[in-house]
Ligand binder design. Sequence first.
Ligand code: FAD
Length: 364
Amino acid sequence: MEKQHSFWEREEWLKPPDLMIIGGGIVGASTAIFYKKRFPKHDVILVDKGIAPEGASTRNAGFACIGSVSEHLADLAVSGGETVFSRIVRRWNGLQLLRETCGDEVMDYQNTGGYEIFTDEKIYETCAGKIPWFNQKLKERLGLEDVYSEREYEGYPAIFNRVEGAINSGKLMRFLHERFTESGVRTWWNSRVERVEPGSVMFENGFQINPKKTVIAVNGFVQRLVNLPVKPARGFVFVTKPIPGLKWKGTFHFDEGYVYFRNIGERLLLGGGRNVAKEEETTDQFGTNQKIKEYLTRFANVTLNLPEKWEIDVEWSGIMGMTDNKEPVLQEVKPGLWAAAGLSGMGIAIGMQLAKELVSKLED
Ligand SMILES: Cc1cc2nc3c(=O)[nH]c(=O)nc-3n(C[C@H](O)[C@H](O)[C@H](O)COP(=O)(O)OP(=O)(O)OC[C@H]3O[C@@H](n4cnc5c(N)ncnc54)[C@H](O)[C@@H]3O)c2cc1C
């Protein structure tokens, strides 16, 4: 016989909330925080399909970055100057908001600076030649002087970005969840949403609830719920066991940002390589692509010249949401049903600000 909900469940636990947020990543969690600030008396429930957030926010590389020169040049070819520089501004402002809201200590923020290294002299010369132009533009847009400069790192020509940094993504996400829980937002874990309509959210176990408003913050999984121009993209990362005397200290980019690495103490975190198998990685299924793992392993051995016998300690994948021009989507899909997705691999920088913008558009 079908299980009935009790009077108490119906009246207190399962009554329709003012807002239901689907997805507990940086966007969903920040939406909960800003929404509760704006409407402290409203009832808010955040739901996630995992026992913990399991999209990209707890599975990323922890770069607090505004982008490397080769990445910007590749983007300029697709989107043009106004879009690219507005995005850099958005990333910078987003990082400032994140740091102000959380505090640097909470997420172990370190202003390491970031190096882009080059193995191809010609590409390096093209990129280095653009440094004065980028610096001028960033001075005009952000008031920051000499952001990029020419350097060398471990024998490679490099471009240093002095405003980049790194965070501990696990700490950041725990903090955000603690913050919104303190403000009275409830979380339902292990609750996969199957279907959403205005005023109605249906879960895979058949349960249905009727929130007044709904926010879909599931990024790379969004196509499963609503039709938006956001494609899933799987990213791969590994962290090595400690490597005594590790020479790569700080944050690093290579090949238009497709490969990234940083140290975590004496360990190396290395990830990316999606461009080696872009089509196969257009998926929202977790998993390891051996071609990418081998590519990154070779990169660690040959380019980074890691000492022999280094070993992978942990490896994982995460799902991003990409748009064609890398601009995120923030949209009222149907009345009272909002979606924020397509953070295009930049969610640490732009996730919280996107959530703030979204909350400013929600009505009482
Ligand atoms: C490997 C990797 C490395 C990255 N490195 C960086 C980096 O260094 N710097 C940076 O700025 N960005 C990085 N990113 C991107 C960044 O992590 C994302 O842009 C950001 O986390 C997206 O946040 P979000 O809240 O939109 O989505 P997510 O964090 O993906 O959260 C979505 C949540 O929705 C839940 N969900 C999905 N479908 C459903 C459903 N049907 N029902 C209920 N819940 C559901 C998921 O479980 C998940 O918890 C990286 C991403 C990856 C994958």
